[in-house]
Design a protein around this ligand. Structure first.
Ligand SMILES: *[C@@H]1O[C@H](CO)[C@@H](O)[C@H](O)[C@H]1NC(C)=O
Ligand SMILES: *[C@@H]1O[C@H](CO)[C@@H](O)[C@H](O)[C@H]1NC(C)=O
Ligand SMILES: *[C@@H]1O[C@H](CO)[C@@H](O)[C@H](O)[C@H]1NC(C)=O
Ligand SMILES: *[C@@H]1O[C@H](CO)[C@@H](O)[C@H](O)[C@H]1NC(C)=O
Ligand SMILES: *[C@@H]1O[C@H](CO)[C@@H](O)[C@H](O)[C@H]1NC(C)=O
Ligand SMILES: *[C@@H]1O[C@H](CO)[C@@H](O)[C@H](O)[C@H]1NC(C)=O
Length: 214
């Protein structure tokens, strides 16, 4: 019985790991997340997102607004044992607000969490990362305006530097910082975050309206 459970978990892992950092990297260039959000992208691990009803195991799926409600679970997949012991910072930004063809308020910061960790060796190297402290910016669900084309929601994971404390980052980001007009690249370089080690993205358009904006 136990063996069957382990086998089933292992097989499930094989199914969700058919993407790989190289494919995600290519997808980011194709979707122009490089250069729109990042100057370059060289992921070393896979990042998955699990909502209550849907999951993002490969980059770029089109999701419904109603399925992206509520902070998801972030999951890393890596064959490096040290990745299971690191602390991570995870950010989600929308570079397409309010509209992909007029992104004048971008980026919008939908989520910023720190102190995310596996806290031990995960099962077959695929493990949820859990937050030990409250998010810096609470999860805000996608809600593209009526008539908008789908927006790209870009989720990135960084190794957390030793000095990424609320006090240290306060000059750059604090409770009075607005979500709009955020620049993840300049924030990252100001606070000493190195390049992201993983990422993914998904698309969300307004539910129940036509796909194109007239
Ligand atoms: C783009 O959006 C901003 C604010 O949302 C608006 O002020 C501006 O006029 C828009 N520009 C164009 C070219 O539509
Ligand atoms: C982190 O913790 C808070 C509660 O302190 C919770 O509301 C939030 O959804 C958690 N999850 C993530 C991924 O930040
Ligand atoms: C991460 O956790 C440490 C220890 O609890 C805390 O001092 C620090 O402020 C946290 N960092 C953030 C950005 O929340
Ligand atoms: C809070 O962050 C903003 C940038 O979003 C910065 O301009 C401001 O000086 C910071 N406030 C404090 C008290 O550090
Ligand atoms: C963010 O800031 C970097 C420099 O720090 C700049 O090159 C880039 O164009 C900015 N991105 C946006 C979307 O404004
Ligand atoms: C953390 O330290 C690095 C140097 O090790 C520095 O570049 C960075 O600005 C510091 N971060 C903060 C938030 O002060």
């Amino acid at each position: 019985m136990q063996l069957l459970t382990i086998l089933a978990t292992y097989l499930a892992t094989l199914f969700v790991t058919n993407s790989g950092p190289g494919e995600v990297r290519d997808a980011f260039y194709r979707a122009k997340i490089v250069p729109d959000v990042l100057p370059a992208f060289n992921p070393t691990l896979d990042l998955y997102i699990e909502f209550d009803k849907v999951a993002v195991y490969e980059p770029g799926p089109r999701l419904h607004v109603k399925d992206t409600d509520g902070c998801p679970t972030f999951v890393i997949h890596s064959s490096q044992a040290t990745d299971m012991l690191s602390k991570y910072v995870v950010a989600m930004v929308d570079p397409d607000a309010y509209y992909p063809d007029n992104s004048s308020v971008s980026q919008v910061r939908h989520y910023l969490g720190a102190n995310l960790t596996v806290g031990g060796i995960g099962s077959f190297w695929t493990s949820p990362i859990k937050n030990l402290t409250e998010p810096i910016t609470n999860w805000m669900s996608p809600s593209p305006p009526d008539g908008s084309d789908p927006h790209r929601y870009v989720v990135l994971v960084y190794q957390q530097p030793w000095n990424f404390t609320l006090d240290d980052i306060k000059p750059y980001l604090n409770s009075s910082s607005e979500r709009e007009n955020f620049n993840l690249t300049s924030f990252a370089s100001a606070v000493g975050l190195a390049e992201p080690v993983g990422g993914t993205y998904f698309l969300v358009g307004p539910d129940g309206s036509s796909d194109s904006r007239k």
